[in-house]
Design a protein around this ligand. Structure first.
Ligand SMILES: Nc1ncnc2c1ncn2[C@@H]1O[C@H](COP(=O)(O)OP(=O)(O)OP(=O)(O)O)[C@@H](O)[C@H]1O
Ligand SMILES: [Mg+2]
Length: 257
């Protein structure tokens, strides 16, 4: 499978603290890669480097199929390149309906000028109709069709996470990053999330996921990368990582802190 993302020796420093230390990894089309590691290991910082929120202090991030270097690109450029994400702390438009939350994501993908929008030209109206039906399609895909007009903030926690995923999918990403998507979910919500992630993968999107729920991680991942103190200490299929002594030590050590 073609690679969609490549990190070469990426580091991110905050003053004297090295949050991400010399990490290299590669992700292929349609692959589910999970990043795990104790609290503070540098997982979210790595996501922020990939999505343009931080510029890496060292190293190189690239999308091989597209022949571009993406480190240092601002977040909206990353979205144009097909990288979308959700956040560790849910970020929805709280006072907007479920449908409007996705419409906001979907409009980034249309090509109308501000004049088209202000004067509601035929071109705009056509785009509006197609964006609207696309948003409804996405909400059906994540199983929220019966909640289109409910306020985003009134949804259950699990549904808010699914709405965030629908909004990210409106960008039609080739690569989707999910930061702790199962956090706070009950067992049945987590199972539904796993099924949704597989459906997204089956459409050819690569997924990079940060998750602490080990049962979920072991079940869903094609491959796992383990970070500890910013460094990659292990990488491989779930079974191999689960039995890696370095990983077991890192997690046992966590309880001592
Ligand atoms: N903007 C920042 N400024 C300074 N230090 C930061 C910043 N962001 C993160 N850090 C530090 O970098 C390290 C890695 O943090 P990060 O949030 O990436 O960890 P994480 O693996 O996502 O942890 P968690 O599992 O708790 O979400 C931590 O020591 C954190 O305090
Ligand atoms: Mg984090």
């Amino acid at each position: 499978m073609a690679a969609v993302l490549e990190l070469n020796n990426v580091s991110k420093k905050f003053g004297g603290l090295t949050a991400v230390n010399n990490v290299s990894l590669c992700l292929s089309q349609g692959e589910i890669l999970n990043i795990i590691g104790p609290n503070g290991a540098g997982k979210t910082t790595l996501f922020n480097c990939i999505t343009g929120i931080y510029r890496p202090s060292e190293g190189r991030i690239s999308m091989p199929g597209r022949d571009v270097r993406i480190d240092g690109f601002p977040p909206h450029r990353m979205a144009e390149l097909g990288i979308a994400r959700t956040f560790q702390n849910i970020r929805l438009f709280a006072n907007m309906s479920v449908l409007d939350n996705v419409l906001c994501g979907a409009f980034c993908r249309t090509e109308e000028s501000i004049l088209d929008i202000v004067f509601r030209t035929t071109k705009f109206k056509m785009a509006e109709t197609s964006v609207n039906s696309r948003a409804r399609e996405l909400l059906k895909f994540v199983d929220l069709s019966d909640k289109l007009y409910i306020n985003g903030s009134s949804l259950s926690y699990g549904d808010q996470r699914r709405l965030e995923i629908a909004r990210a999918l409106a960008l039609e990403p080739g690569l989707l990053l999910l930061d702790e998507p199962a956090a706070g979910m009950n067992a049945s919500e987590t199972n539904a999330l796993a099924a949704l992630i597989r459906k997204i993968r089956d459409k050819g999107t690569a997924l990079l996921i940060i998750e602490h729920d080990m049962r979920f991680v072991m079940e869903i991942s094609d491959r796992i990368v383990v970070l500890n103190y910013g460094e990659k200490i292990s990488e491989g299929v779930p079974e191999a990582v689960r039995n890696d002594k370095k990983v077991i030590d890192a997690y046992l050590g966590e309880g001592d802190q």
